[in-house]
Design a protein around this ligand. Sequence first.
Ligand code: AMP
Length: 286
Amino acid sequence: MASVARRLRREEDKTIGLVPTMGALHDGHLSLVREARRMCDVVVVSVFVNPAQFGPGEDFNRYPRDLTGDTTKLADYNVDYIFAPPAEEIYPKGFSTYVTVEGLSEPMEGVARPGHFRGVATVLTVLFNTVRPDFAFFGQKDAQQSLVVRRLVRDLAFDIEVVVLPTVREQSGLALSSRNTYLSEEDHKAAAVLYKALSQAREVYMEGERNPKRLAEAARAQVASEPRASLEYVSVVDAETMEKFDRIPEDRSVLIALAARVGGTRLIDNIVIQPARQKARTTSES
Ligand code: AMP
């Protein structure tokens, strides 16, 4: 890949789009690929189950891997390169440099999965430096990850535009995820409760409630109604900074994010509620 990337860099008039994935591709991933294809001259999809972002006891070993199936799916999208490196290419012997995005990596998934975002930020730094994309595509499904990536790109001055695309869902509302393959048929049905819980919280917001605790309670009650599900956390925070509020201001977007186990499988999901009223922006802010 390094030599391919070097050649690509010489073709300065071409824009390169990178879609980083861990494979076992589904329509959520493919929505990113489609947009990359639309926006960029050259599309690179990376498929790498990144050991550094899994904690001890997590599902690194059993994470679904299907490069043949992934390659078949990507053939429909006219992808230019599938970059599926062996671990030693990303992490050569003696690898000892890690990237930590402080602050944004700490709440929510940062609490539940210590070291996770350090692994994500590190692998993305290596991928960005290898592929040198102009655009990188991510899903809103991993809301905190998207914020971490934007901060990483800004702080380390990567010349990359981060594009975040909406979560693709099943008809039941369940967000597509490679981990859904772990769910039994019954658990799969039950997992729709995550999106129901988020929708319930949104409804409470729409009714005028601005106390974040009340929104969280609504989501919690919905998850509690499904015996196969157990909630790990639900957070109601500023969608851009992930700060908590005592009361949701009318001019801020709200991120409602949760993690729950359904029959032993850990799933995450989120929604963003756009502000009911946008504060008029002054020219200096725009
Ligand atoms: P993963 O393979 O799980 O690391 O995901 C690779 C990329 O696909 C990440 O940017 C995810 O946020 C995105 N993604 C995963 N699931 C979905 C989904 N249901 N809708 C949109 N994007 C998704």
